[in-house]
Design a protein around this ligand. Structure first.
Ligand SMILES: NC(=O)c1ccc[n+]([C@@H]2O[C@H](COP(=O)([O-])OP(=O)(O)OC[C@H]3O[C@@H](n4cnc5c(N)ncnc54)[C@H](OP(=O)(O)O)[C@@H]3O)[C@@H](O)[C@H]2O)c1
Length: 272
């Protein structure tokens, strides 16, 4: 039985993919969990997949790219449950394509999904997080750290999220709120190889449709990424890269961009 004093975690994008695993992780730790997504049916279906016997989970349908909807959501949450300890900004979407063909409208959509939703939620959640000394976890990607080939506007959007995360962390530290970024590589899922149909663009190699735009990095179990979210909350870690060994390669790439490019090409073969 979860007590009314149990901490509260809000997971955006909690109705599918990684968000559901993050929700399960927080429930297992005794949190009350709030899932947010646009589609009410999808949210309800996600709840049926969660071990609700171990905790309390509720769903809040909301389009988090819409400022008025976000404001109304957090006003409601301010009344009930009236506290927030963790905000996990998990909404985001990837892309496929060549940068030379990237359209401003598409880039705008990606920035809405990957950056603006996290910005609006963090701003609206701040009073409750300040009261609890809480944590914001932003879900980035390896595309927050490097600009790989064939991923359209995804790296631009996720790099923006990384910059925003650091700025938020520095500005909110004196106010007792911790902000961190998790940058996972491709995450295992049943539809991983079928999510991107690039067949209508002959300029893209077939590897572009693969997870990570064809990186040779093994898919991460989503439970491991969910564990990393919990670790970030407990240790107030600023930045987690998954798999961890890539941090050193990313650092090498920053120190020597020439070597960084060579490493990136090695980790994303051109084989179809
Ligand atoms: N999948 C990977 O391999 C991978 C790898 C590295 C990083 N990531 C990152 O991990 C996060 C989750 O990715 P995923 O692939 O698990 O996502 P996903 O399966 O595509 O699910 C996205 C979730 O976000 C919700 N959502 C989308 N737009 C929304 C909006 N405007 N307002 C409210 N909810 C919205 C969706 O529900 P509705 O559609 O009903 O709104 C859904 O619950 C993303 O930030 C992604 O960039 C993913």
């Amino acid at each position: 039985m979860v007590s009314h004093d149990a901490p509260v975690a809000l997971i955006t994008g909690g109705s599918a993919g990684l968000g559901v695993h993050v929700a399960a992780r927080f429930l297992a730790d005794g949190y009350r969990v709030i899932l947010v997504g646009r589609d009410e049916d999808r949210l309800r279906a996600a709840i049926t997949r969660l071990p609700t016997s171990s905790g309390v989970v509720s769903a809040e349908p909301c389009d988090l790219s819409k400022p008025a909807q976000v404001a109304a959501l957090f006003e409601r949450l301010g009344d009930n449950p009236g506290r927030l300890d963790v905000l996990v900004n998990c909404v985001g979407s990837s892309d496929r394509g060549l940068i030379e063909k990237l359209q401003p409208e598409k880039l705008g959509d990606l920035i809405q999904q990957n950056v603006v939703t996290a910005l609006l939620c963090s701003q609206a959640a701040l009073p409750m997080l300040e009261a609890s000394g809480g944590v914001i976890v932003n879900i980035g990607s390896l595309a927050s750290k490097v600009g790989a080939r064939y991923i359209g506007g995804y790296a631009i959007a996720k790099h923006a999220l990384a910059g925003m995360t650091q700025q938020m962390r520095l500005e909110l530290k004196p106010r007792g709120v911790h902000v961190g970024l998790i940058s996972p590589g491709p995450i295992r899922r049943d539809d991983a190889g079928r999510r991107y149909d690039t067949s209508d663009d002959p300029s893209l190699p077939s590897q572009a449709a693969k997870p990570g735009g064809g990186t040779t990095i093994k898919g991460l179990p989503p439970e491991r990424v969910a564990d990393a979210v919990m670790k970030m909350v407990r240790r107030r870690s600023p930045d987690i890269v998954m798999p961890g060994y890539l941090r050193i390669l990313i650092a090498i790439g920053h120190a020597s961009p020439r070597l960084g490019d060579w490493l990136l090409l090695r980790f994303s073969s051109d084989k179809g």
